[in-house]
Structures are given as structure tokens and as C-alpha cells.
Design a protein around this ligand. Structure first.
Ligand code: T4K
Length: 384
């Protein structure tokens, strides 16, 4: 039986960053200092944009200072206003990007099989006030891009995807990055590919790309000429240097995630009430998120929070992503206290799910430790 007491073993975090070749990063930074060009469309930002666009097979990539800044800018560039439909089962940044510019987020329930928006429910929520749809490719699993595009087309609505989790993931063999009108990636430290802080907007629409570039830089078109309201959403050269170094190791990071995920799958297999969220192995996935659903009816009453607190007591810092759902966080909980009525499946999944550590800092022994602890917690509970 695994020990439940605090041990001297290493602390395992969800979101511990992957870091590529340090010397490569230092060399790139040295070039930045030599050139004395630290931001504003620098050489490394342009190079990173080119490499990402090529990798994802999309015409335009616009690097930004964070995924949230990317969502802010893309929503505005797509003329989203009034009300926009999105899932509540996402990171709070997706909803805040709308509310920050006085757009009302209309939370839609999910398909429990995919954890993503249910396109039929999206269509049922569309009214004369709706001005857009944001799908989120949660855990990197594509959010019904074809069905949502059909809904958006039928109602003449812009369609944006929050692809924060989905770098290097495919849908029908095509890379996420060119679905909808635009897609927004996060390159936050916790993501499989990171620039410390950062993100990117990708689109095949060249005119939109031009507008996004201007909006990212205060609305400037050349020197002294501001053509519309913009913000500062630029990525620095230092972030781009980290991105270029990390991009060279991305295949390795994904291979490690995949190997770890497969080990989790083997070691969690057969534990009553513990279900690993699957990936479609016919697609390309980055396997960053190791998500587990706990069904207290099958574990003898042990629920997600019970499992999680025992893991935390052993320095395994699992996370309740994305509990309790945006609609139960402020300002939305106060503004729309009844929103939960239409979000039954969101609430059910959010109450049962947790993320386990993954990434290059997690090894075979760590996964054995995590899984044997979960197994013994459940088995002890069932037999007690
Ligand atoms: N849309 C979706 C679907 C998203 O998931 C996100 C971000 C966004 C939009 C917005 O993108 P950004 O604007 O962030 O680019 C973290 C990240 O801050 C956030 O980027 C991410 N999603 C979310 C899923 O995770 P928290 O509140 O969990 O952060 P925090 O500080 O608790 O750290 C998470 C874990 O990572 C901890 O276990 C500690 C570990 N960690 C973190 C950092 C920064 C490290 O070990 N080292 C580090 O340097 O949000």
C-alpha cells in the first residue's frame, strides 16, 4: 500500500514548465541585446510567427503578450459585442476577455463526452442579441469545428476558437489554428509550449490578420498614423527567444507527455470510479492535460476533492480544472445567478474532474507514485 503521509519526495505540480535548450535561449537573447531591439515587431517575434504559421499550416500568425490579450483583440477585431456564446467550462480568462470589453458572456452547456460546447445547445441559445461564438478546444480536443462553423454560417455570426490548450493538435488530420475566423493560443509558462507569457492569434483571413496586427500595436499603421482603437498586446523579443528555443524541443515535450499519458492509462486502469479522459489516437494530440474523472458512486463515496486533498498531502499538486465553472465565479455569479440552471452537465463534470501532473519534469516513478496512491485510496475506501 502506498504511504499517505508527507514524504521527502519531490513536489509535483500541474503546469510545471517545459524548458528547451538553455544555451540556444541564451544565444538568442545575446543577439537581442546586440541588436538592442527588445520589442515592437522584432526579428525573433517575426521568426516565431513564421515558424508557428508553417507548423500549423495557417497563413497568418500574430504573436501576442498572452492568450487573454489575444482573445481580447480577436473578439474586438471580429466586431463581437452585445452577447457572445461560449462555454462556462473553461479557464476564467475566456469569459473575462469578453466582459472586459462589456460583451455579455452567454454560457452554454457542454457535451459530456467531449467536455466541449454542444453545437445544438449553442444554436438554441442564439437570439437577435448574439454577435458571436467562442468555442474552446479544451484539453486540446477539437471543439466540433465543423458543426460550429455550420451554426455560425447559418446565423451570420463570427466564430472564434480559444485554442489555448491545442498547439500541435489536429482535427480530421488538419492542425488546429485555421478553423473558424481565427484561433487564439496561449503560450503561458504552464503550457506544453511556452514563451513564459505570450500567445498567438492565427487566421487564414489576410485582411483580418492586418487588422489584428494594428490592434496589437495601439492601432498604428506606420509611424504617427493611428487608424483605430488598439491596445498593447505585443510579444517581447525575450519571450520570442524562449519560444524559438522551446519550439525546437516541442516534439520531445509532446513525446514525453504522450509516454506519460500512456503510463497513466495503464496504471489507472481498472480502478473503480476513476476514469482517464481519453484522446483520439487517430489525431495528433499534445497530451498535456491528464484529466481524471472521479465517480464517488463507484469509489465507495470518495469524491474528487477527497482524492485531491490526499494527493496534496503527499505533495502531488493536482488541480480542479475548471471548477466551479465561470458562471460560479465573479462577476458572473452575481450578475447571472440563474446561469447554472442551463449548465447541468458543466456542473456535473466540473465537480468530478481534476488534472494530474504532466510534462518533462514528471517521470515514470512519479506516475507510479501518483497512481498507486489513487489506487490505494479507492481500494481502502471500498473495503473499509
Ligand atoms: N483559455 C484557456 C482555455 C486557458 O486555459 C487559458 C490559460 C487562457 C485562455 C488564457 O491564456 P493566458 O492569458 O494565461 O496566456 C494557469 C495559467 O496561468 C493559465 O495560463 C492557464 N490557462 C491555466 C489553465 O493555468 P492558474 O490559475 O492555474 O495558475 P497558477 O499560478 O495556479 O499555476 C498553475 C500551476 O503551474 C501551479 O501548479 C504552479 C505551476 N507553475 C506555474 C508557473 C507560472 C510552475 O510550476 N511554474 C511556473 O512558472 O492558471
Amino acid at each position: 500500500m502506498a504511504s499517505h503521509s508527507k514524504s521527502s519526495q519531490k513536489t509535483l505540480h500541474v503546469g510545471c514548465p517545459n524548458i528547451g535548450d538553455r544555451q540556444r535561449f541564451f544565444d538568442l537573447v545575446s543577439g537581442v541585446f546586440d541588436r538592442r531591439w527588445l520589442s515592437n515587431d522584432g526579428r525573433l517575434v517575426k521568426e516565431l510567427e513564421t515558424q508557428i504559421a508553417r507548423r500549423l499550416g495557417v497563413r497568418n500568425c500574430i504573436a501576442v503578450s498572452s492568450g487573454t490579450a489575444g482573445l481580447d483583440i480577436a473578439a474586438r477585431a471580429l466586431n463581437m459585442r452585445g452577447e457572445v456564446i461560449l462555454p462556462s467550462f473553461t479557464f476564467i480568462g475566456t469569459a473575462h476577455a469578453l466582459a472586459w470589453q462589456h460583451i455579455k458572456p452567454v454560457f452554454c452547456d457542454i457535451d459530456p463526452a467531449t467536455h466541449n460546447l454542444d453545437p445544438a445547445k449553442v444554436e438554441a441559445l442564439i437570439t437577435g442579441r448574439t454577435n458571436g461564438i467562442i468555442g474552446v478546444h479544451l484539453w486540446g480536443r477539437a471543439c466540433a469545428p465543423d458543426a460550429l462553423a455550420a451554426v455560425a454560417r447559418r446565423h451570420g455570426l463570427p466564430l472564434l476558437f480559444d485554442a489555448a490548450h491545442a498547439i500541435d493538435c489536429t482535427h480530421g488530420g488538419r492542425y488546429i489554428g485555421s478553423f473558424g475566423d481565427a484561433e487564439v493560443f496561449s503560450f503561458h509558462a504552464t503550457k506544453v509550449f511556452n514563451t513564459a507569457e505570450g500567445g498567438a492569434i492565427t487566421t487564414n483571413n489576410d485582411a483580418l490578420a492586418e487588422r489584428l496586427r494594428q490592434m496589437r500595436n495601439f492601432g498604428f499603421e506606420g509611424y504617427d498614423h493611428v487608424v483605430e482603437l488598439g491596445t498593447n498586446g505585443k510579444m517581447s523579443e525575450l519571450s520570442a527567444a524562449l519560444g524559438l528555443a522551446n519550439l525546437e524541443s516541442l516534439d520531445r515535450f509532446i513525446a514525453v507527455n504522450r509516454r506519460n499519458y500512456q503510463q497513466y492509462r495503464q496504471e489507472l486502469d481498472g480502478i473503480p470510479g476513476v476514469e482517464l479522459v481519453p484522446y483520439d489516437d487517430a489525431e495528433r494530440n499534445n497530451y498535456q492535460y491528464v484529466m481524471v474523472l472521479i465517480d464517488a458512486k463507484a469509489t465507495g463515496g470518495l469524491d474528487r476533492d477527497g482524492v485531491m486533498s490526499s494527493l496534496h498531502a503527499c505533495d502531488i499538486l493536482a488541480r480542479r480544472y475548471f471548477w466551479p465553472g465561470c458562471h460560479r465565479m465573479e462577476p458572473y455569479a452575481s450578475l447571472y445567478p440563474e446561469a447554472g440552471v442551463g449548465l447541468r452537465l458543466t456542473e456535473r463534470i466540473a465537480a468530478r474532474i481534476m488534472a494530474l501532473p504532466n510534462g518533462e519534469t514528471v517521470d515514470e516513478q512519479d506516475i507510479k507514485r501518483i497512481c498507486s496512491l489513487i489506487r490505494s485510496l479507492v481500494e481502502n475506501r471500498i473495503t473499509s
